[in-house]
Design a binder for this molecule. Structure first.
Ligand code: FO1
Length: 331
């Protein structure tokens, strides 16, 4: 039987964390019709504060694509005020996680809908549609999956590590609470299965992509899809573009370089996208992992760079298919 081929009209599926992924997705929406783009987003960062369910990565992606995001932070809402949080703090409530007034409206809506029994995927779709988005934003799972960070100070829920303790602890290990009993959210495996191309966004491979891949069935889905899979390195010139990815690579025993990230993804991907600054690593990536390297500008300063990165990444993935990825039976 001939090997399955990716669907020419299938979606571009982006496996996404927070800020870096949101910027990549902005480029994807500039390059492709919104209806052709599906974001599968990490929920390991989710938390409950003051009885509200917060999904930071989903909100970062949604706010960014809706043009609402605070450009200074990459998360939260532009120009937001913090009067509700000030009051919460004054009353002795939890004040370490910066929830703006407008942002709180999202959490109030989501929490009420979840309490009424709606799954996170449905609520996420409602918020995306109400925000005017034409692409699909899917949580990786509707189940309760939480990233737990193992540190010398003990096990920390993700946002305690990331925000409250400013990612200052050395990460000794990670576990994804609830992953065993989680299932991919509706539409996730279907989108991956009929994708034209799949891109692992330039997100933290452990903290952002790790929880997505921990959802049972998702990793297998990426391994068996006929679609080509590309990943964009979140490490440029030996440093993280944003966040603790470099420190995480180091403490978890990996090379702090694009090559270190390529090794993590080698079994899943056909193309690895590295920055021009790392051009000298391309030969080592290809020789060691057997994955084709695209060397291009990956730092996304403006709209043109975001769009170019999305276009080039998808084009390189499609070229990997036409070169016969699926003829080798190694899809
Ligand atoms: N990141 C911070 O560094 N400090 C915050 O107080 C903070 C609040 C916050 C509120 C809502 C939201 O959607 C995101 C928020 N983030 C904050 C970002 C978030 O913690 C991280 O960017 C992601 O979880 C990692 O991708």
């Amino acid at each position: 039987m001939p090997p399955a081929r990716p669907e020419p009209g299938g979606p571009i599926v982006v496996i996404a964390g927070g800020v870096g992924a949101a910027r990549f997705l902005e480029g994807a929406l500039a390059a492709f019709p919104p209806a052709d783009v599906v974001a599968v987003v990490n929920v390991g960062d989710d938390l409950e504060i003051a009885g509200l369910h917060i999904s930071p990565d989903i909100d970062t992606v949604t706010y960014t694509l809706a043009g609402l995001v605070n450009p200074a932070t990459g998360w939260g809402v532009r120009g937001d005020r913090f009067t509700a949080l000030d009051r919460l703090r004054a009353l002795g409530g939890s004040g370490w996680f910066n929830l703006g007034d407008t942002d709180l409206g999202t959490h109030l809506y989501r929490s009420e809908r979840l309490r009424a029994g709606a799954p996170l995927s449905a609520v996420t779709a409602e918020i995306a549609a109400a925000s005017g988005l034409g692409c699909a934003i899917l949580p990786a799972t509707d189940g309760r999956l939480r990233t737990i960070v193992e540190t010398d100070a003990g096990e920390l829920p993700f946002q305690e590590y990331f925000v409250r303790r400013r990612a200052a602890d050395i990460v000794r290990g990670l576990r994804f609470e609830g992953a065993e009993s989680a299932a991919p959210a509706p539409g996730v495996t279907e989108a991956i299965g009929r994708a034209r191309a799949i891109v692992i966004a330039p997100s933290n491979p452990f903290l952002s992509i790790g929880p997505v891949l921990a959802v049972p069935g998702l990793r297998d889905c990426l391994l068996t899809t006929p679609a080509p899979v590309a990943a964009v390195s979140p490490i440029v010139g030996g440093a993280a573009v944003k966040g603790p990815a470099a420190a995480n690579l180091r403490s978890l025993g990996h090379d702090v370089s694009a090559l270190g990230v390529a090794r993590l993804y080698a079994d899943l991907i056909d193309v690895f996208v590295i920055d021009e600054q790392d051009a000298a690593l391309a030969a080592a990536v290809e020789a060691e992992t057997g994955v084709r390297c695209l060397v291009t500008q990956t730092l996304m300063h403006g709209p043109a760079e975001k769009r170019a990165l999305a276009e080039r990444t998808v084009a390189a993935a499609l070229a990997a298919t036409s070169r016969g990825k699926n003829d080798d039976g190694d899809a």
